[in-house]
Design a protein around this ligand. Structure first.
Ligand code: DGL
Length: 266
């Protein structure tokens, strides 16, 4: 048993879609969330910058005495997971492998990925999927406008519908579509409606939560807290974060500001 919290990290509110699944799967766990809102969006930044920002986030979460870190960001997973896993001894989990494991089991080969420009450029999904799926038929589309729209709370309005329509028009005959950015589950309903029921739209958070539970169980590190805590830190609070996160989790969310001079140096 280990009641220390799990650290969860994203550039903004997107990682909260993963946190939601983690809490659903493991209701006795405590969590510390870090949203690097000051440097959002990550999707348009270089690999080197993403590595630096991800390292800073790992340092911050380590100081919060977490037992494991979930990089709840497709962009950081695809470009910095390996680097930080090599640097730190604490277990660090990304969003790609657990999802690829799941897709492999479904036997689906015609896959689509929507993600940020950085994730698509890194070919992170392509590399992992092609290791497991022999006759992989992959279509990838970079959707740079979607995460900023979600961050603004625009995930149900007309503009969101039009943007999604434009981005998904190049997907043809897909069996499954991976929402490769953790902001996109907030757009899932719109995406599913436009693609039709035959395409399985995959929320990566579900598969990450299963993997985290499996890993903690194996090492006898699951928490048994009855009164759990959720602490949320942001690097910039002039944001719609609280509003979007509160709707997503169905409870009142109040994020705290990280004092960066001492706690998160960039
Ligand atoms: N939520 C993030 C992802 O999964 C990043 C969005 C961004 O910062 O551009 O890719």
């Amino acid at each position: 048993m280990d009641n220390r919290p799990i650290g969860v990290f994203d550039s903004g509110v997107g990682g909260m879609t993963v946190l939601k699944e983690l809490r659903k799967k493991m209701p006795h766990e405590n969590f510390v969330y870090l949203g690097d809102t000051k440097r959002f969006p990550y999707g348009s930044k270089s690999k080197q910058t993403i590595i630096e920002l991800t390292k800073n986030a790992m340092e911050f979460l380590k100081k919060q005495n977490v037992k494991m870190i979930v990089i709840a960001c497709g962009t950081a997973t695809s470009q910095a997971l390996e680097e930080v896993q090599n640097l730190y001894s604490i277990p660090i989990i990304g969003v790609i492998e657990p999802t690829v494991d799941y897709i492999y089991k479904t036997n689906k080969k015609k896959i689509g990925v929507m993600a940020t420009a950085g994730t698509i450029r890194s070919k992170g999904w392509e590399k992992e999927l092609s290791k497991r799926i022999l006759e992989l038929d992959l279509q990838s589309v970079a959707c740079p406008l979607l995460a900023p729209m979600v961050e603004e709370g625009w995930y149900e309005n007309k503009i969101a519908k039009l943007a999604v329509k434009e981005y998904i028009k190049s997907f043809k005959n897909r069996e499954a579509l991976i929402l490769g950015c953790t902001h996109y589950p907030l757009l899932k309903e719109i995406i599913q409606k436009q693609l039709g029921k035959k395409v399985e739209v995959i929320n990566i958070g579900t598969h990450v939560a299963q993997e985290v539970e499996k890993k903690l169980k194996k090492q006898d590190m699951l928490s048994q807290s009855n009164q759990t805590t959720l602490q949320i830190y942001l690097t910039e609070t002039e944001h719609k974060f609280n509003e979007v996160a509160s709707i997503l989790l169905g409870e009142n969310i109040e994020a705290k500001l990280v004092k960066e001079e001492t706690e998160l140096l960039v």
